[in-house]
Every structure is written in C-alpha cells, then in structure tokens.
Design a protein around this ligand. Sequence first.
Ligand code: 6PG
Length: 275
Amino acid sequence: MISDRDQFGRDRQGDDLYQLVETDFDAPPLPGEVRMTDDLDQLIDAVAADLVVHAENCVREFGDFHLALSGGSTPEPLYERLMYDPNYRRLPWRRTQLWIVDERCVPFDDTRSNFRMIRESIVDHSDIPPDQVHPIFAESASAAEDYESSLKEALAWRERGQDRLDYVLLGMGVDGHTASLFPANTALHEPDRLVAAVHHKPVDPADRVTMTYNLINAARFISVMVSGSSKAAMIDRVARGNDSIETVPIKGVAPLEGQLKWYLDREACGVVSSD
Ligand code: 6PG
C-alpha cells in the first residue's frame, strides 16, 4: 500500500512500490535529495515508483496531474516500464496533462523528435485522452509563444499558488545541459518567458524549443535522472565544482518552493562495481 502521509509524497514517496536496495557508496553532495541505485534497472524503478505516488497524490489533491517529460535516451526505458509493469500501470493517465520539457525543431516522425519517442512509448499505450497530450509544434515560428500560452491557459484552471507543473522529469547531458538549456545560451537568462526558442550550434538539430528555468523551478517536484559512466565527471563537477550556470546549466535547477531529487546509478556516481 502507498502511504499518503504527505500529500506530495515527501516522506515515503514510492518506496513501497519496489524493493529498495541500499547502495554501499556515498551520495555526491548535490543540492536536494539524492537517490542512488546499483544499476539502471533499479534506477528506473526508483523514478517510476515516486512518479506514480506523486501522480496519485496530485490527482487526489487537485483532481489532475500536470506532468512534463524530457526526451533523450535515458528516460525511454522508464517510459516503457510505466506501460508494461503492473506496479506502475496504475498511474492515473486519464487525469494527467502531459507536457514536453523540450523539443527539437524537426517533424514529429523524425527519429530526433522527443514527442515521437514519448508518443510511441507512452501515448500510444496509455488511456490518456488525446486533448490532454501537449506536443510542442517546434517547427512553427511561434512555437515557444504558443506553448507558453497553452501552458498558462491550462494551469489557469487551478487555484492561485497551485498553478504550476506538478512534476518535471529532467535529464543531463555530458556538457551539463538540461532540457535544451545549453552552456552560454541566451535562454539561460530569460527573465520572464516560460518557454523559449533556442539555437545551439554544436547539437543536432541546433534549433529547439525549451521550458526555461522560470517554469521548471516553479514546479512542485523536479526529478533529474542520470545514468552511466559518461555522466560521472559532470555529476562530480555539479556536486563539487564552482561552475556558474553559464558553463553548467543544470546548476540553474533550483526549485522555488518544490522538491528537487536526483536519481543516479552507480556509474553516474563514478563508483566502480566491487564484483
Ligand atoms: C533532449 C533532452 C535533454 C536530455 C539530455 C540527456 O531533448 O535531448 O531533453 O535535455 O535530457 O541531453 O540526454 P540523454 O538521456 O540522451 O543522455
């Protein structure tokens, strides 16, 4: 049974939904809470279980659940597990409003489209009503403005103070970017906008649309899922270095009132397995 001791799952979160295995290494000193696992499989369980509890708590409290998901390769197996694992099938998709954290300016059938991946892994296999699925039409010149308007309109149905995203799932690139907030990009300093258009030459495609810190940091719960040894050096830099947001954008993720939780596997922590 899930504990509902805390309406936002602050104490127990999803631990009752999966077998929590304690790790034998120390947590990097990151801001917020850090959950470590031995491998990616357990990492997926840890994120999925917390996500389900948050969704249920929000639906109980507000009647709906505003969820923003990232693209990239790390969360894809998480999205698949949400669909096929009976423990997580109970996520109340019929009450969920599904948003996209960032999108590449490509057609929806392009393999680089974040929405394509999320549609194929979740939307096509859940009972979420189509009008509660909110892709970013990134190829449109007004994509950022349009997406911001849709978000404001949808969130305005809520009471003041609760008009924010409930859960934002982020990843992290080896260069320390998150969402499509890249080093030295003007979107890092967007004073008011909730969604911004981005051009960042080194990545493919260079043109993107992204949620900004303003929207992300207002969320009730921000989870950052990082896996694999290629990310270990950056995790260490985020935890122990003195970089600015300008060079390591994920350091700008700092919830205003909500919670921040990192989900890291052994490799992302730079710890070599003892066996
Ligand atoms: C995107 C993402 C991006 C991603 C990181 C990590 O559209 O690419 O939203 O911020 O989370 O780049 O990507 P990987 O999981 O593929 O390493």
